[in-house]
Design a protein around this ligand. Structure first.
Ligand SMILES: *[C@@H]1O[C@H](CO)[C@@H](O)[C@H](O)[C@H]1NC(C)=O
Ligand SMILES: *[C@@H]1O[C@H](CO)[C@@H](O)[C@H](O)[C@H]1NC(C)=O
Length: 449
């Protein structure tokens, strides 16, 4: 199709410039500095603690001893615990402040499959019970409570949760307690997770809860699409969390912003705020980017930018229900590409289960100020639904330049479903429902409130 030599020359020139432009854009828009991956003045190896990376020896003691040493040596500037190439089978362990866990290329941290080796910990106060089962829950594989300045990074090293045994217990309904997360930090600040691969988490992959200044960048998070509840990253009652430049393909929501569950989350009252999700590519049978459904402490000031969601259930999914209380507000979604998703955008006021019968039907959540713009979708089976709560409509919901196209064969006729919602719509395909279209006039062609 290209004739003459000018076109290839121009293409070559553009290709040559593209990396520069990309680098400039990346430099302008990244929050990696929120929690930097510091260099540590001291490096120790798991081998120094008797660790054996043969895939058979259980290294729990070695890891716990190494962390204990780092914690008590209190080296100025912190210490790096290096894990060389090999398969390092181990039970779970906690990290300490001012440390880096560094997984070399070819290093695989392998979680033990023996459930008896997993300690139990108290349920989170904002959940009142384990998320799946009442009572305590299994401690996460890698954990930390009350830490500061922690880095988990490497050269494409792997953390393998061997979740299959846990998924099977869930499928056979033989779970005794709520499954462990792969990585969880509580009450911690300055957490940086980058450059490694997470595989087959028993439950959620990365769960910062009651944390501040958390960065997740350049990560690959993988679990089969049929693995139950293997959410990618779930910022929960946390502030300043930034998830960037990552690839997530799991069995549940790729990213889900949360803040506690019904009456327990309301009582604990700690919101998630200042959450940025940027340049994340994801695929899962549920949501690409989700907020909720546990959002009882409130979720606000969320920016979702330049993401892509493919082969998934929902592209963008905001979910809550009566009994949750709390609020979801000031959410900006700008620049999302959807490919082969069941439903493009869903904002739902009737989604999610309850911890027990003690939730209040008066605890009605509010959803206010959601701007969704520059969304382009192909192979989108239905555009979606915006369904608020009777007597508590979702307000200032704005769709601007949202173009969703069907799969082609027969699916072209699907329409938006709306009720108990108000807001504005501009440049939306297919034609938005009357609730938004009518108020578009009032909004005078603008999504700025
Ligand atoms: C990790 O920390 C949590 C919270 O402090 C604690 O309950 C748990 O027992 C610790 N796990 C290990 C293996 O020390
Ligand atoms: C809304 O959230 C953005 C972050 O996405 C923040 O910069 C802005 O200050 C927030 N606006 C208000 C009114 O709080």
């Amino acid at each position: 199709m290209w004739r003459g030599s000018l076109v290839p020359a121009v293409v070559l020139l553009l290709c040559a410039l593209a990396p520069l432009q990309h680098a400039a854009a990346a430099a302008a828009a990244t929050c990696a500095g929120v929690a930097p991956a510091r260099r540590r003045p001291e490096v120790i190896s798991i081998k120094d603690f008797g660790g054996v990376g043969d895939g058979r020896a259980v290294n729990t003691r070695a890891f716990r001893a190494a962390v204990y040493t780092i914690q008590h040596r209190r080296r100025r500037g912190g210490t790096e615990l290096r894990v060389p190439a090999g398969r390092w089978l181990t039970g779970g362990f906690n990290l300490s402040s001012h440390m880096t866990l560094f997984l070399d290329r070819g290093a695989v941290l392998v979680a033990t499959r023996d459930a008896r080796r997993w300690p139990l910990v108290d349920p989170l106060p904002s959940y009142g019970r384990g998320r799946e089962m009442p009572g305590p829950r299994y401690a996460s594989f890698i954990g930390g409570d009350g830490l500061r300045d922690v880095v988990i990074t490497g050269d494409k090293g792997v953390i393998d949760g061997q979740g299959e045994v846990w998924w099977n217990m869930w499928r056979r309904r033989t779970l005794q307690h709520t499954r462990p997360n792969l990585i969880e930090f509580m009450h911690s600040t300055g957490i940086h997770i980058s450059n490694i691969i997470l595989k087959n988490s028993p439950f959620w992959n990365i769960h910062p809860v009651y944390c501040e200044n958390v960065v997740v960048t350049n990560m690959m998070i993988l679990a089969p699409h049929d693995s139950p509840n293997t959410d990618g990253v779930d910022p929960d009652s946390s502030t300043n969390v930034c998830i960037e430049d990552s690839y997530i393909s799991t069995g549940d929501d790729a990213v889900a912003i949360k803040s506690g569950w019904d009456e327990y989350g309301i009582a604990y009252g700690r919101p998630s705020s200042g959450i940025t999700i940027r340049r994340v590519r994801s695929s899962s049978p549920f949501s690409g980017i989700a907020i909720g459904s546990e959002a009882s402490g409130g979720v606000r000031d969320v920016l979702i930018q330049d993401c892509s969601v493919f082969d998934s259930g929902y592209g963008i999914h905001i979910k809550t229900t009566t009994g949750r209380g709390g609020y979801i507000r000031n959410v900006t979604v700008d620049g999302v590409r959807l490919t082969r998703v069941r439903s493009g955008v869903r904002i739902a006021g009737d989604a999610g289960d309850h911890p027990d019968g003690r939730f209040s039907s008066l605890a009605v959540p509010t959803v206010d100020g959601v701007r969704i713009r520059n969304v382009w979708g192909v192979g989108v089976r239905e555009p979606g639904s915006l369904e608020g709560i009777r007597n508590s409509p979702f307000t200032r919901i704005c769709l601007d330049n949202v173009k969703l196209f069907g799969g082609g064969s027969g699916g072209g006729g699907a329409a938006w479903r709306c009720r108990d919602v108000q807001g504005a719509a501009l440049g939306v395909h297919p034609w938005p429902c009357a609730e938004l279209a009518a108020s578009a006039v009032a909004a005078a062609g603008s999504c700025v409130y």
